[in-house]
Design a protein around this ligand. Structure first.
Ligand SMILES: [Zn+2]
Length: 435
């Protein structure tokens, strides 16, 4: 039996354990600021696998000077990044690899719209349900069990393999940036985000910002003289909707031609007022804007600020009391990678060991941590399981796709990093007898 078949058989044997591990991961409500417990759980797993552990708190000073940094408005105290390294012994003739997953998840609210407990990892048929189960704890289980199968079979790799469990992918990207700032680098990085069994070559850039509007608060009896901050915020929200239409009406780069609406401008949060019969003095809303690759996020910051300030200038109140605009979180560049790079060739070959079709290369209208790696010179892509309802009620992952992803990652690792004692392992050995 050849080597890859042995690894695939091991993944099959460990499958129940992998599902159980994923269920446990899914039970940690690891929203922003609440990642410590699940990180301890991952650290324990890395330790059991015999990896060299580096658990560290992101250094805010280092972060700020590293490309890809997104301004943060909170502390990193008690919120570790966990890195487990499997260092190659000997000559290291292969190519090194980072496998990374983000362990943070978005809020499960509103809970009333769920048919399942978002923190119970319920299995029904081929699906597992839960907040973050697809985005992207299933991918975390997949890369861990791919490495575990290889390691437990006693196979030795020709290059270092670095496993990283990070946070803040959902808001700043600073977990990945912190690992890069700490000095972790490799010849490639794979991130099993759940965009399915396809390689992401192209993605939009993303900015987040807050707009604060001040009115002239007064009791509702004097409301005809008062200025309502919520109504004034609506003036600016309307402008953001026009901006969305304008940027999507521009000619699209080729990679995004298939999308009707590649550049999402999402009003994600609004807060204002505190009593029904008081004219609200404050209103704040938060916006996420996507933009095409090759545009400096700073150019977009200037454009959006200009657009909001011009709308404010036309309004009698806002021209006197302009909005306060704060860009925070993601300052992520878009990406359009060379589709012929080695990473895609090896991933395509690994994909064919498990799937009959050729691997697709896709564009996405979101940002992920690959942005931070590529801007720091480390080629990175996503390839992962299948599921649905990401950032929505009843999020689920298709379990058979998690197993397939685990196998593709194992095949990629063997070919990319190379296997020691290669005289005993011919390339023929890296094919699989049957699947
Ligand atoms: Zn994700």
């Amino acid at each position: 039996m050849n080597l890859l078949q042995k690894v695939f058989d091991k993944i099959d044997q460990d499958w129940e354990e992998e599902v159980h591990f994923l269920q446990k991961l899914g039970k940690y409500p690891s929203t922003l600021g609440n990642e410590a417990a699940v990180q301890r759980f991952v650290e324990k797993k890395y330790r059991e696998m015999g990896l060299e552990i580096d658990t560290f708190i992101p250094d805010a000073k280092q972060l700020v000077s590293t490309p890809g940094y997104g301004p943060h408005e909170w502390s990193y105290d008690g919120r570790p990044i966990v890195v487990g390294t499997w260092g190659a012994e000997g000559s290291k003739t292969g190519k090194s690899l980072i496998l990374q997953g983000h362990i943070d998840v978005v809020s499960a609210e509103p809970l009333r719209l769920w048919d399942y407990d978002p923190w119970a990892s319920t299995i029904e048929g081929d699906r597992m349900y839960g907040r973050g189960i697809c985005d992207m704890k299933a991918g975390v289980a997949a890369y861990i069990y791919a490495v575990k199968a290889i390691k437990e079979l006693g196979i030795k790799l020709n290059a270092d393999l670095i496993l990283q469990s990070v946070h803040e992918e959902e808001v700043t990207g600073n977990g990945a940036v912190a690992a890069i700032a700490r000095g972790y680098k490799a010849d490639a990085c794979l991130i099993p985000e759940p965009f399915g069994p396809a390689a992401v070559t192209t993605q939009v850039g993303v900015l987040l910002f807050k707009v604060r509007v001040t009115g002239s608060g007064a009791h509702v009896l004097g409301a005809d003289q008062a200025v309502n901050a919520i109504e004034k915020a609506m003036v600016l929200i309307e402008e953001m909707k026009r901006y969305r239409d304008d940027i999507n009406a521009q000619p699209k780069p080729k990679a995004f031609e298939a999308f009707d609406h590649p550049l999402n401008v999402n009003i994600g949060v609004i807060q204002g007022g505190d009593w029904v019969s008081t004219v609200p003095a404050d209103c704040m809303f938060e916006v996420r804007v996507g933009f095409y690759p090759d545009i400096d996020p700073q150019v977009m910051i200037d454009e959006i600020t200009d657009r909001l300030m011009q709308a404010a200038a036309k309004d009698p109140w806002l021209s006197q009391m302009p909005p306060d605009i704060t860009f925070y979180g993601h300052h992520a560049w878009g990406l359009d990678l060379d589709k012929d790079m080695d990473m895609f060739k090896v991933l395509g070959s690994a994909h064919k060991k498990v799937h009959e079709n050729d691997m697709e290369k896709i564009a996405i209208t979101a940002t992920v941590d690959t942005a931070a790696y590529n801007i720091n010179g480390i080629p990175a892509t996503c390839y992962g399981p299948v599921g649905d309802n990401l950032h929505a009620p009843n999020e689920w992952v298709h379990l058979p796709s998690v197993k397939e992803c685990t196998k593709v990652y194992a095949a990629f690792i063997l070919e990319w990093c190379g296997v020691q004692n290669a005289e005993e392992v011919t390339m023929e050995d890296l094919t699989v007898d049957m699947y």
